[in-house]
Design a protein around this ligand. Structure first.
Ligand code: ADP
Ligand code: MG
Length: 463
């Protein structure tokens, strides 16, 4: 009865046959109240005349396999680039052994949402992105990549996969916002937390192979369209000599630009402590976290009328541990640890030496702090106090801001807003925790906030 062809971003049609029946059952049996809310889109499900249907059995059998828990050792086990052809193929095959299972797990989790939720156009777009990505990898299933031509084609598929899922967070946020009547917030938070943490790992696996491919290019593929990186401090996506101060300054400029557009003022910042500190970390992760924390600090500073007070950012390097007392990242430690997974293989290669000191970054603003009423909610996805013109300043929407979402994911494409999605803190924390760090918020209500970002270093490279 319920059947709607789900359309992928490339316009292909898929039929999630069992999806319709299973999820309908879940929806109406487990959440009886949903029966009173028919699908807002009135979708009907039908068999699409498509040859690109993923057999439901394929998804089911992949989703029934345990997800391999990613460890840092996995990311660096193929050695430092440029990789030999054999090491590059081995990295490709390793990537291939992980990704289809991970995508199938995500598809499975999406299918387990109430049917009315996954039939929301935004959520179904995300669902279709996953189906589409899995369909592009399935031709490689049970194959071994052992020549350059296949490796190049596979890397192109990975690049497309990364691109397809690049700006999906506003879409997901909008979807859940539109469905908030039909699903309880605890279920949303549980789903999003697992989904977004899994997404971090999946992107990391794909991006690591792409980066290794790119930095091995001069030896492998003279016709490559990728720019080879000459930066020798990189092992794939990990920069072994990342300077947080550099990232803070570039993110500071970016967020200041947004403030100028939004409020007409450019807040300033000061870096003190140990600005020369370097450590091994994934730059795009640090960029994401710092951007979100600076958005919050700058917004609070401007909205409380304290734009003249600089945000003070203190960088503290963790002291090197005395001999025999490791303070370092355990390379075999698994990274995405909140879903049922098997334990990681024992790494035979450890291209990083101990110790691996971490870094703590404190972001101190004079933006008035967070009221006790707001404080308990700041870690919930979609919670925001950001208000647009049509809301009174300071009014708590508490469930995501549709106008801010319109600005972020409107038809004109992605635009950055200073706030409003309510994902900055919870997602920033998910990134920090991925490598064993964390975020702590200390509010001095009436004065300002201290936000502590702790990051575990990934180690020093072995020469
Ligand atoms: P968003 O910024 O989209 O609202 P976040 O998850 O980044 O979502 O933050 C959630 C809420 O936490 C903000 O809306 C704000 O009320 C509060 N908050 C976070 N950081 C600060 C800060 N430095 N000063 C004051 N309030 C803050
Ligand atoms: Mg924010």
């Amino acid at each position: 009865v319920l059947s709607a062809p789900l359309r992928s971003c490339s316009g292909r049609l898929y039929l999630p046959i069992r999806f319709a029946s299973i999820t309908t059952y879940r929806c109406f049996s487990q959440s009886a109240h949903l029966a009173r809310h028919p699908s807002p889109s009135g979708h009907k499900w039908s068999h699409p005349p498509s040859s690109t249907v993923i057999a439901d059995d394929d998804v089911a059998s992949l989703a029934s396999k345990p997800q391999h828990s990613l460890s840092l050792a996995d990311l660096v086990k193929h050695g430092r680039p440029p990789l030999s052809a054999a090491a590059l193929y081995s990295s490709a095959n390793f990537t291939l052994s992980l990704l289809p299972i991970r995508l199938a797990h995500r598809i499975h989790a999406l299918r387990n949402l109430p049917f009315i939720v996954v039939s929301n156009p935004n959520i179904s777009k995300i669902y279709n992105n996953y189906l589409h990505s899995l369909s592009t990898l399935l031709p490689y299933n049970h194959k071994t990549i052992s020549n350059l031509e296949d490796e190049i084609r596979f890397t192109e598929v990975l690049a497309e996969l990364v691109e397809t899922h690049a700006n999906t967070i506003p879409t997901l946020a909008r979807g859940f916002l539109e469905c908030r009547k039909y699903i309880n917030p605890v279920q949303v938070t549980g789903f999003l937390d697992e989904h977004l943490r899994a997404r971090i790992g999946t992107r990391l696996i794909a991006e690591q192979h792409i980066a290794l491919h790119v930095s091995s290019q001069p030896h492998q593929d003279p016709t490559s369209k990728y720019e080879p990186s000459n930066n020798s401090s990189y092992v794939g996506v990990i920069d072994t000599a990342l300077q947080p101060a550099t990232i803070i300054n570039s993110c500071g400029n970016y967020v200041s630009d947004i403030c100028e557009l939004e409020y007409g003022v450019r807040p300033t910042w000061i870096i003190d402590g140990e600005p020369d500190t370097t450590f091994a970390y994934v730059p795009v992760h640090l960029e994401y976290i710092i951007t979100e924390l600076l958005k919050n600090a700058f917004r609070a500073t401007v909205e409380s009328g304290k734009s003249h007070e600089p945000v003070v950012i203190t960088i503290a390097a963790e002291p090197e541990s005395p001999r025999g007392v490791p303070n370092s990242f355990d390379h075999s430690q698994t990274l995405d640890n909140n879903s049922p997974q098997e334990s990681s293989e024992n790494p035979s290669i450890k291209p990083f030496d101990d110790p691996a000191p971490g870094v703590t970054i404190r972001i101190r603003d004079r933006g008035g702090g967070i009221s006790p009423k707001v404080l308990p909610n700041i870690w919930s996805y979609s919670f925001t106090t950001f208000s647009d013109e049509d809301e009174l300043p300071g009014q708590i929407s508490g469930s995501g801001n549709v106008d801010a979402l319109n600005a972020i994911s409107g038809p004109g494409g992605e635009r950055s807003s200073i706030a409003g999605l309510g994902y900055g803190l919870p997602l920033g924390r998910a990134y920090a925790e991925y490598f064993g760090g964390g975020i702590g918020v200390q509010s001095l209500y009436g004065w300002g906030c201290d936000v502590y970002l702790r990051l575990k270093g990934l180690g020093k490279p072995k020469d």
